[in-house]
Design a protein around this ligand. Structure first.
Ligand SMILES: [Mg+2]
Length: 363
């Protein structure tokens, strides 16, 4: 069973409100979708990144995997990873590899008429999720409404908000927002924060100590993810979990982060790290060091793979991507009660609504 040449489409969707974290702001999100066929089946994968990811996929990766065996996904994955040597893997190339790798796994499961979780081998029936958003651009009532929707509407017992506004220059506002969030969600809901690398080392320690008063148990990227020594320093100084890993585009990145003792829980993004193939390897690497994995963004791209790893902590139910994936796919998951079940049909269970989203297509 040989692979046909993959097809690529790119869509840009405006956000439903201005969005920002501590170190970046945006008003639209671009999703790059890869579709690959063999026999009568088609697999679909995607990533979030610039349209250039789609161009790279079309020009460099699509001809490369054409003719490969549809059943031997690691072979196609390895061919892609070798081919990007001179370009450099992190960033555009890794996102393109990730989208196509996810499509290849989905295709294989569809060819064998299996749910992707069954093909990989499930370790759990349900995946805990946490509501994620709380952008620094939200005014108080918007933040409260979003948190209310997750905690009291969908009964998700874990939420995360962004802090570190304006590169860490709005600490008083950050703490006010955390206090407000705690009031909305009540004392029992787990509260997480993500600074997206906005603070410096000692600033992050001081803020982490203040966050403890509000029961914050997860401090994501308190300093830049590039500052592994700083992450370790903050981690050693605080009781809450320090987490990072979302910019991991290859296995050595995760190895460096883990061996530096930089995180209490490793975040891995299947749409960046190299797809399902590399996600499973990163999870195994984390497990070998006694660490759990939390999936980053793109919840429907992760669900099947997340169900197959023993050391999963939870999956991020990220507002922006939940919204887009609900617009783009039939078969999306329901997080009511705080978990999702990934087994809902063959492959990853999602079907692209091509005609419904045509207005957003840019390439
Ligand atoms: Mg983050």
């Amino acid at each position: 069973m040989k692979l046909h040449r993959p097809a690529v489409s790119v869509y840009t969707v405006p956000t439903d409100a201005p969005e920002a974290d501590g170190t970046l702001s945006w008003d639209s999100t671009t999703v790059v979708i890869a579709e690959v066929s063999a026999g009568e089946a088609t697999g679909t994968g995607w990533t979030y990144g610039p349209a250039a990811v789609g161009g790279f996929l079309q020009e460099q990766l699509a001809p490369l995997v054409e003719g490969h065996s549809a059943l031997d996904v690691p072979a196609a994955h390895d061919a892609m990873c070798r081919a990007v040597r001179n370009v450099g893997r992190p960033g555009v190339a890794a996102c393109a590899i990730s989208a196509l790798d996810l499509a290849l796994w989905d295709l294989k499961a569809r060819l064998l008429e299996l749910p992707l979780t069954r093909l990989l081998g499930a370790c759990r029936d349900r995946i805990p999720v946490y509501g994620s958003g709380g952008f620094t651009t939200y005014h108080d009532t918007h933040l409260a409404a979003q948190l209310n929707g997750w905690v009291h509407g969908q009964r998700i017992p874990r939420v995360k908000i962004k802090i570190g506004g304006s590169w860490g220059r709005e600490v008083s506002r950050d703490l006010t927002r955390v206090r407000a969030a705690r009031q909305v969600i009540g004392p029992k809901t787990e509260l997480y924060v993500d600074a997206n690398g906005a603070y410096n080392r000692k600033q992050a320690v001081r803020i982490g100590q203040a966050l403890a008063e509000h029961g914050v148990g997860w401090f994501e990227e308190p300093v830049s993810s590039d500052d592994l020594t700083g992450l370790r320093l903050v981690r050693d100084a605080l009781l809450c979990d320090v987490t990072a890993g979302e910019y991991g585009y290859d296995l050595p990145y995760f190895a460096r982060m883990i061996t530096a003792g930089a995180v209490d829980c490793l975040q891995v993004d299947v749409t960046r790290c190299g797809g399902v193939t590399e996600f499973l390897r990163a999870a195994a690497l984390a497990q070998s060091h006694g660490l759990e994995v939390s999936t980053h963004c793109a919840p429907h791209a992760h669900a099947a793979a997340a169900a197959t790893i023993p050391n999963l902590r939870h999956a991020e139910w990220f507002h922006d991507h939940v919204r887009i994936e609900s617009m783009f796919f039939d078969g999306v998951l329901d997080p009511a009660g705080g978990t999702v079940s990934p087994v809902n049909g063959i492959g990853h269970g999602l079907t692209l609504r091509t005609e419904d989203v045509a207005e957003y297509r840019v390439a």
